[in-house]
Design a protein around this ligand. Sequence first.
Ligand SMILES: NC(=O)c1ccc[n+]([C@@H]2O[C@H](COP(=O)([O-])OP(=O)(O)OC[C@H]3O[C@@H](n4cnc5c(N)ncnc54)[C@H](O)[C@@H]3O)[C@@H](O)[C@H]2O)c1
Ligand SMILES: CC(=O)N[C@@H]1[C@@H](OP(=O)(O)OP(=O)(O)OC[C@H]2O[C@@H](n3ccc(=O)[nH]c3=O)[C@H](O)[C@@H]2O)O[C@H](CO)[C@@H](O)[C@@H]1O
Length: 455
Amino acid sequence: MSTLYDLDATTKDRTKVFESGEIPVAVYGLGKMGLPLAAVYAENCSNVIGVDIDPEVVNAVEAGDCPISGEPGLSALVEETVREGSLSATTNIKAAATESEIHVAIVPTLLDDDQNPDLSILKSLLKKVGAQIDAGDVVFIESTVPPGACRDEILPLLEEASRLNRGEFGLAFCPERTSSGRAIKDITGAYPKVVGGIDEASARVAQAVYESINDAGVIRVENATTAEMVKITEGLYRDVNIALVNELASVADDLPVNFREVTSAASTIPFINVHEPGVGVGGHCIPYYPYFVMNWLEGDFPLLRLARERNDRMPEFTIDCLQDQLASVGESLEGSRVLVLGVAYKPGVAETRATPAGPIINQLVKAGSEVFVSDPVLDDEKMGDFGGEVLPTSDILRMDLDAVVIVTAHEEFTEIDWTAFDPMVIINGRQSMSVDNDKHRIYTIGSGLESEGNL
Ligand SMILES: NC(=O)c1ccc[n+]([C@@H]2O[C@H](COP(=O)([O-])OP(=O)(O)OC[C@H]3O[C@@H](n4cnc5c(N)ncnc54)[C@H](O)[C@@H]3O)[C@@H](O)[C@H]2O)c1
Ligand SMILES: CC(=O)N[C@@H]1[C@@H](OP(=O)(O)OP(=O)(O)OC[C@H]2O[C@@H](n3ccc(=O)[nH]c3=O)[C@H](O)[C@@H]2O)O[C@H](CO)[C@@H](O)[C@@H]1O
């Protein structure tokens, strides 16, 4: 039987073969992005083996449970696809790779201690998968990789591991253009899927598969390297644009202007998308991707470097603002009781990688403040990773505080009754969080001093 890779057919016919369930699919990595992806694949082709090295993840999925929180629709989809036999899970990479014809890799790609791209997890996985692939199999890389990685690193690795030659198996880069908290929506059609193959046949298979999965359609670009560049460029665009407004935020205070008005007014031109200044840039995407260019490709990238430096400096800028506001009411960081609201890098997502809360807490502790932290989406252990005394959000109103620093605009924080506190300083690090209460001295980054309060 011909495989999808060597099938001489239209995209539509290939999509039908994929949806028939004849083609076994392995999805390697069942994390925040991999589990939603595996469940959506299973919904479309009813023939998916999810693979993870974490037995707890595998056992949960095998039981129809969902180990990933905060993803609307995911628990139900995992339960349904497992119950129907469309999705199973295993820790056995070799068995899954032997059985499958389409191999989807979505394991972590991070930075090492020198901020060089670290593809070791992906490469060690692909060595094991490669040893089991047969002619006609296809490998999709969904993990974010530096531009050129599929062509220069992954293809040779798969050729060596499989003892097959290029043209006997397929390889395509199919980036995850997905945000935590809306994974299923993004995977199934918030935006088109971008795919790029190392050859025509690989691209054709990727197009057929993702036309089944993504209702917004497929953008097939020239090759895998172009697709890698699309993904990286999206992230670089964001980091540089956040750095732009973070740089202007300090100007806004001196003028003064309220940058929120600037943002909304300037963005009324369709091609102008002014981002939001804030306390810093977290997650394992945006702060990492510039290094997938700076520390991977030949050349000089001053704009990327400066943007990273500016964004990395925002926690320090926040502490300086707090210091100034405390000084204006005759207080100092030393000995102040400061509550840090939010440790997760973005609202509603239980992830603390590169969170600006880390350096903020460290600098407050170093300055001699008494630090408390509270975050409704994190467990105490994760919340306490950076220091400070952990507080359940329900307990904060009873606290006697000198200051609050809002790091993450969690929905739960909109319900805080600020009148319950004695007059204090509030540094609001997220413009999307509105704290209007004239009892306190409130400073929102980029909006100048909003209220002198009654201090
Ligand atoms: N999280 C996001 O918002 C997001 C968005 C787009 C792209 N991505 C990319 O997706 C990839 C995965 O990110 P994530 O957020 O899902 O990571 P994650 O840390 O949430 O999950 C990774 C999963 O892979 C498993 N794993 C690790 N090594 C493995 C191996 N050798 N074989 C099988 N499983 C293994 C881990 O046990 C874990 O369950 C990364 O390349 C990331 O850049 C992430
Ligand atoms: C290009 C793009 O959008 N990609 C998205 C992004 O998603 P993400 O989950 O990594 O998070 P972001 O929303 O980008 O925020 C990161 C940090 O920047 C802060 N921030 C944000 C906007 C702003 O105006 N001012 C800020 O200060 C925010 O607080 C947070 O700490 O990367 C994923 C992987 O590539 C993508 O899949 C996903 O599509």
